[in-house]
Design a protein around this ligand. Structure first.
Ligand code: GUN
Length: 310
Protein backbone atom coordinates (compact mmCIF):
# COMPACT_ATOMS: atom_id res chain seq x y z
CA UNK A 1 0.00 0.00 0.00
CA UNK A 2 1.14 3.54 -0.64
CA UNK A 3 -0.41 5.98 1.76
CA UNK A 4 -2.41 8.99 0.68
CA UNK A 5 -0.42 12.03 1.78
CA UNK A 6 -2.57 14.41 3.81
CA UNK A 7 -1.45 17.89 2.86
CA UNK A 8 -1.55 20.24 5.83
CA UNK A 9 -0.97 23.12 3.46
CA UNK A 10 -4.17 22.45 1.55
CA UNK A 11 -6.20 22.41 4.78
CA UNK A 12 -4.38 25.38 6.34
CA UNK A 13 -5.00 27.41 3.16
CA UNK A 14 -8.71 26.52 3.25
CA UNK A 15 -9.03 27.51 6.92
CA UNK A 16 -7.18 30.78 6.32
CA UNK A 17 -9.36 31.60 3.30
CA UNK A 18 -12.51 31.05 5.35
CA UNK A 19 -11.22 33.15 8.26
CA UNK A 20 -10.22 36.01 5.91
CA UNK A 21 -13.72 36.02 4.40
CA UNK A 22 -15.40 36.10 7.81
CA UNK A 23 -13.06 38.82 9.05
CA UNK A 24 -13.92 40.98 6.05
CA UNK A 25 -17.65 40.46 6.70
CA UNK A 26 -17.24 41.37 10.39
CA UNK A 27 -15.37 44.54 9.48
CA UNK A 28 -18.06 45.52 6.99
CA UNK A 29 -21.09 44.66 9.13
CA UNK A 30 -19.85 45.55 12.62
CA UNK A 31 -16.92 47.88 12.03
CA UNK A 32 -14.22 45.97 13.90
CA UNK A 33 -11.40 43.55 13.17
CA UNK A 34 -10.37 40.79 15.62
CA UNK A 35 -7.26 41.78 17.56
CA UNK A 36 -4.51 39.33 18.52
CA UNK A 37 -1.70 40.08 20.99
CA UNK A 38 1.31 37.78 20.91
CA UNK A 39 3.69 38.03 23.85
CA UNK A 40 7.23 36.70 23.64
CA UNK A 41 9.80 36.83 26.41
CA UNK A 42 13.52 36.47 25.70
CA UNK A 43 15.36 35.12 22.70
CA UNK A 44 14.33 31.49 22.06
CA UNK A 45 15.19 30.96 18.37
CA UNK A 46 12.25 28.69 17.52
CA UNK A 47 9.81 31.00 19.31
CA UNK A 48 11.03 33.90 17.23
CA UNK A 49 10.14 32.04 14.01
CA UNK A 50 6.75 30.85 15.34
CA UNK A 51 5.75 34.29 16.60
CA UNK A 52 6.84 35.91 13.33
CA UNK A 53 4.54 33.50 11.45
CA UNK A 54 1.63 34.21 13.77
CA UNK A 55 1.90 37.98 13.39
CA UNK A 56 2.44 37.84 9.62
CA UNK A 57 -0.50 35.48 9.04
CA UNK A 58 -2.85 37.64 11.16
CA UNK A 59 -2.05 40.59 8.98
CA UNK A 60 -2.51 38.64 5.76
CA UNK A 61 -6.00 37.63 6.88
CA UNK A 62 -7.06 41.12 7.93
CA UNK A 63 -6.85 40.70 11.70
CA UNK A 64 -5.08 43.31 13.79
CA UNK A 65 -2.06 41.95 15.61
CA UNK A 66 0.56 43.25 17.96
CA UNK A 67 3.78 41.69 19.08
CA UNK A 68 5.00 42.38 22.61
CA UNK A 69 8.63 41.32 22.79
CA UNK A 70 9.90 41.56 26.35
CA UNK A 71 13.50 41.18 27.52
CA UNK A 72 14.76 37.83 28.86
CA UNK A 73 15.06 39.27 32.39
CA UNK A 74 11.36 40.30 32.58
CA UNK A 75 10.01 39.45 36.04
CA UNK A 76 6.95 37.36 36.78
CA UNK A 77 5.16 40.45 38.10
CA UNK A 78 5.96 42.44 34.98
CA UNK A 79 4.60 39.73 32.69
CA UNK A 80 1.46 39.41 34.83
CA UNK A 81 0.93 43.15 34.39
CA UNK A 82 1.28 42.89 30.59
CA UNK A 83 -1.32 40.10 30.51
CA UNK A 84 -3.63 42.02 32.81
CA UNK A 85 -3.50 45.12 30.60
CA UNK A 86 -4.31 42.99 27.54
CA UNK A 87 -7.18 41.32 29.43
CA UNK A 88 -8.65 44.78 30.06
CA UNK A 89 -8.38 46.11 26.50
CA UNK A 90 -11.55 45.99 24.44
CA UNK A 91 -9.70 45.94 21.09
CA UNK A 92 -7.82 42.73 21.99
CA UNK A 93 -9.73 39.48 21.41
CA UNK A 94 -6.92 36.95 21.66
CA UNK A 95 -3.87 36.74 23.92
CA UNK A 96 -1.08 34.28 23.30
CA UNK A 97 1.97 34.00 25.52
CA UNK A 98 4.56 32.04 23.58
CA UNK A 99 6.13 29.12 25.47
CA UNK A 100 8.68 28.30 26.75
CA UNK A 101 9.10 31.15 29.24
CA UNK A 102 12.32 32.01 31.09
CA UNK A 103 12.89 30.21 34.40
CA UNK A 104 12.06 33.11 36.73
CA UNK A 105 8.50 33.13 35.39
CA UNK A 106 5.83 30.80 36.74
CA UNK A 107 4.22 29.56 33.54
CA UNK A 108 1.20 28.03 35.25
CA UNK A 109 0.25 31.30 36.94
CA UNK A 110 0.63 33.25 33.71
CA UNK A 111 -1.62 30.86 31.79
CA UNK A 112 -4.21 31.05 34.58
CA UNK A 113 -4.16 34.83 34.37
CA UNK A 114 -5.10 35.00 30.68
CA UNK A 115 -8.81 35.73 30.48
CA UNK A 116 -10.55 32.48 29.43
CA UNK A 117 -12.54 34.33 26.76
CA UNK A 118 -9.29 35.62 25.19
CA UNK A 119 -7.34 32.38 25.66
CA UNK A 120 -6.75 31.51 21.99
CA UNK A 121 -4.17 28.82 22.93
CA UNK A 122 -6.74 27.03 25.09
CA UNK A 123 -4.16 26.63 27.89
CA UNK A 124 -6.12 28.28 30.72
CA UNK A 125 -7.30 25.56 33.15
CA UNK A 126 -10.92 26.74 32.78
CA UNK A 127 -10.82 25.98 29.04
CA UNK A 128 -8.89 22.76 29.67
CA UNK A 129 -11.63 21.75 32.12
CA UNK A 130 -14.42 22.68 29.74
CA UNK A 131 -12.79 20.57 27.05
CA UNK A 132 -12.46 17.67 29.52
CA UNK A 133 -16.20 17.92 30.18
CA UNK A 134 -16.90 17.77 26.46
CA UNK A 135 -18.12 21.37 26.34
CA UNK A 136 -17.33 23.77 23.55
CA UNK A 137 -14.22 25.70 24.49
CA UNK A 138 -11.27 27.43 22.89
CA UNK A 139 -9.06 24.39 22.24
CA UNK A 140 -5.29 24.18 21.68
CA UNK A 141 -4.47 24.99 18.06
CA UNK A 142 -2.46 22.00 16.90
CA UNK A 143 -4.90 19.29 18.05
CA UNK A 144 -7.91 21.38 16.97
CA UNK A 145 -6.29 21.71 13.54
CA UNK A 146 -5.75 17.94 13.36
CA UNK A 147 -9.45 17.26 14.05
CA UNK A 148 -10.39 19.77 11.36
CA UNK A 149 -8.01 18.09 8.93
CA UNK A 150 -9.32 14.59 9.65
CA UNK A 151 -12.88 15.83 9.04
CA UNK A 152 -11.97 17.53 5.77
CA UNK A 153 -10.26 14.38 4.51
CA UNK A 154 -13.36 12.45 5.61
CA UNK A 155 -11.52 10.15 7.99
CA UNK A 156 -14.07 8.52 10.29
CA UNK A 157 -13.37 8.99 14.00
CA UNK A 158 -16.60 7.69 15.57
CA UNK A 159 -16.02 4.26 17.07
CA UNK A 160 -12.47 3.99 15.78
CA UNK A 161 -9.51 3.27 18.03
CA UNK A 162 -7.39 6.42 18.27
CA UNK A 163 -4.02 6.12 19.97
CA UNK A 164 -2.22 9.29 21.01
CA UNK A 165 1.45 8.92 21.93
CA UNK A 166 2.63 11.77 24.14
CA UNK A 167 0.78 13.51 26.97
CA UNK A 168 1.85 17.14 26.75
CA UNK A 169 -0.56 19.94 27.61
CA UNK A 170 -0.03 21.46 24.16
CA UNK A 171 -0.73 18.38 22.03
CA UNK A 172 -1.22 14.92 23.59
CA UNK A 173 -3.79 15.56 26.32
CA UNK A 174 -6.03 17.98 24.39
CA UNK A 175 -5.72 15.74 21.31
CA UNK A 176 -7.13 12.84 23.32
CA UNK A 177 -10.02 14.98 24.60
CA UNK A 178 -10.89 16.21 21.12
CA UNK A 179 -10.82 12.69 19.66
CA UNK A 180 -13.09 11.54 22.50
CA UNK A 181 -15.46 14.38 21.64
CA UNK A 182 -15.59 12.93 18.11
CA UNK A 183 -16.67 9.59 19.63
CA UNK A 184 -13.38 7.78 19.06
CA UNK A 185 -12.19 5.13 21.51
CA UNK A 186 -9.09 6.81 22.86
CA UNK A 187 -5.87 5.46 24.34
CA UNK A 188 -3.08 7.73 25.56
CA UNK A 189 0.39 6.19 25.57
CA UNK A 190 3.61 7.73 26.88
CA UNK A 191 7.19 6.98 27.85
CA UNK A 192 6.17 4.52 30.59
CA UNK A 193 3.63 2.59 28.54
CA UNK A 194 4.45 -1.11 28.45
CA UNK A 195 4.17 -3.01 25.16
CA UNK A 196 3.77 0.17 23.16
CA UNK A 197 3.85 -1.72 19.89
CA UNK A 198 0.89 -3.89 20.96
CA UNK A 199 -1.09 -0.72 21.59
CA UNK A 200 -0.15 1.15 18.43
CA UNK A 201 -0.81 -1.89 16.24
CA UNK A 202 -4.49 -1.68 17.11
CA UNK A 203 -4.74 2.03 16.25
CA UNK A 204 -7.00 3.05 13.38
CA UNK A 205 -5.79 6.59 13.99
CA UNK A 206 -2.29 7.06 15.41
CA UNK A 207 -1.22 10.52 16.54
CA UNK A 208 2.43 10.83 17.52
CA UNK A 209 3.82 13.80 19.47
CA UNK A 210 6.94 12.74 21.35
CA UNK A 211 9.87 14.60 19.83
CA UNK A 212 11.95 11.58 18.72
CA UNK A 213 12.97 11.54 15.09
CA UNK A 214 11.63 8.55 13.16
CA UNK A 215 10.76 6.63 16.35
CA UNK A 216 7.58 5.02 14.97
CA UNK A 217 8.59 2.31 12.50
CA UNK A 218 6.40 0.41 10.07
CA UNK A 219 5.91 -2.49 12.50
CA UNK A 220 4.13 -0.12 14.93
CA UNK A 221 1.46 0.70 12.35
CA UNK A 222 -1.76 -1.20 11.68
CA UNK A 223 -2.10 -1.71 7.90
CA UNK A 224 -4.54 0.87 6.56
CA UNK A 225 -4.27 3.20 9.55
CA UNK A 226 -4.23 7.00 9.50
CA UNK A 227 -0.95 8.25 10.92
CA UNK A 228 -0.66 11.85 12.10
CA UNK A 229 2.92 12.91 12.74
CA UNK A 230 3.17 15.95 15.03
CA UNK A 231 6.94 15.72 15.60
CA UNK A 232 9.33 18.39 14.41
CA UNK A 233 12.94 17.28 14.88
CA UNK A 234 16.16 18.58 13.37
CA UNK A 235 18.19 15.74 11.89
CA UNK A 236 21.80 16.32 10.85
CA UNK A 237 22.89 12.66 10.87
CA UNK A 238 23.10 11.46 7.25
CA UNK A 239 23.01 7.79 8.33
CA UNK A 240 19.67 8.34 10.08
CA UNK A 241 18.39 10.20 7.01
CA UNK A 242 19.23 7.12 4.90
CA UNK A 243 16.95 5.01 7.10
CA UNK A 244 14.09 7.48 6.91
CA UNK A 245 13.79 8.40 3.24
CA UNK A 246 13.49 6.59 -0.06
CA UNK A 247 15.97 7.38 -2.81
CA UNK A 248 14.24 10.31 -4.46
CA UNK A 249 13.48 12.05 -1.17
CA UNK A 250 16.88 11.22 0.32
CA UNK A 251 18.71 13.16 -2.35
CA UNK A 252 16.77 16.32 -1.49
CA UNK A 253 17.23 15.79 2.23
CA UNK A 254 20.98 15.26 2.00
CA UNK A 255 21.25 18.51 0.06
CA UNK A 256 19.26 20.29 2.77
CA UNK A 257 21.54 18.90 5.47
CA UNK A 258 24.55 20.08 3.49
CA UNK A 259 23.08 23.55 3.02
CA UNK A 260 21.38 24.22 6.38
CA UNK A 261 23.06 21.70 8.65
CA UNK A 262 19.82 19.76 9.32
CA UNK A 263 16.54 18.58 7.81
CA UNK A 264 13.10 18.50 9.46
CA UNK A 265 11.92 15.03 10.44
CA UNK A 266 8.79 13.91 12.29
CA UNK A 267 8.40 11.24 14.97
CA UNK A 268 7.43 8.63 12.37
CA UNK A 269 9.68 6.88 9.85
CA UNK A 270 8.14 8.27 6.66
CA UNK A 271 9.43 5.62 4.28
CA UNK A 272 7.92 2.81 6.34
CA UNK A 273 4.73 4.69 7.21
CA UNK A 274 3.98 5.23 3.54
CA UNK A 275 4.11 1.47 2.97
CA UNK A 276 1.83 0.58 5.90
CA UNK A 277 -0.63 3.42 6.42
CA UNK A 278 -3.61 4.44 4.29
CA UNK A 279 -3.19 8.12 5.23
CA UNK A 280 -0.08 9.89 6.44
CA UNK A 281 0.81 13.50 7.26
CA UNK A 282 4.27 14.52 6.00
CA UNK A 283 6.93 16.56 7.83
CA UNK A 284 7.33 19.28 6.79
CA UNK A 285 4.06 20.20 5.08
CA UNK A 286 1.74 18.34 7.47
CA UNK A 287 0.21 19.40 10.75
CA UNK A 288 2.76 22.15 11.48
CA UNK A 289 0.94 24.46 9.13
CA UNK A 290 -2.41 23.86 10.81
CA UNK A 291 -1.36 25.43 14.11
CA UNK A 292 -1.20 29.01 12.87
CA UNK A 293 -4.36 28.59 10.76
CA UNK A 294 -6.28 27.37 13.82
CA UNK A 295 -4.93 30.24 15.90
CA UNK A 296 -6.56 32.59 13.40
CA UNK A 297 -9.81 30.63 13.65
CA UNK A 298 -9.67 30.73 17.48
CA UNK A 299 -9.04 34.49 17.47
CA UNK A 300 -11.99 35.05 15.15
CA UNK A 301 -14.22 32.81 17.30
CA UNK A 302 -13.09 34.58 20.50
CA UNK A 303 -13.90 37.95 18.92
CA UNK A 304 -17.36 36.82 17.81
CA UNK A 305 -18.19 35.31 21.20
CA UNK A 306 -16.98 38.28 23.22
CA UNK A 307 -18.21 41.12 21.03
CA UNK A 308 -21.39 39.84 19.41
CA UNK A 309 -22.90 37.43 21.91
CA UNK A 310 -22.93 39.35 25.13
N1 GUN B 1 5.23 26.80 22.03
C1 GUN B 1 5.18 25.72 21.21
N2 GUN B 1 3.93 25.56 20.73
C2 GUN B 1 3.18 26.55 21.25
C3 GUN B 1 1.81 26.91 21.12
O1 GUN B 1 1.01 26.29 20.43
N3 GUN B 1 1.43 28.01 21.82
C4 GUN B 1 2.28 28.72 22.61
N4 GUN B 1 1.81 29.76 23.26
N5 GUN B 1 3.54 28.41 22.75
C5 GUN B 1 3.99 27.33 22.07
Amino acid sequence: MTARILSGKEIADAIKREVAEEVATLAESYGFRPGLAVVRVGEDAASSVYVGNKVKTSEELGLVSEHHHLPAETTHAELLKVVDDLNNRDDIDGILVQLPLPRQINEKEILEKISPEKDVDGFNPLNVGRLAQGQNALAPCTPAGIIDMLKRFEIEMRGRHAVVIGRSNIVGRPMAQLLLKQDATVTIAHRYSENLIEITRTADILVVAIGRAGFIRGEFIKPGATVVDVGINNVSDTELAKELFDEAELEKRLKTIEKRGFTLVGDVNPREAREKAANFTPVPGGVGLLTVAMLMRNTLDAAKTRRLKK
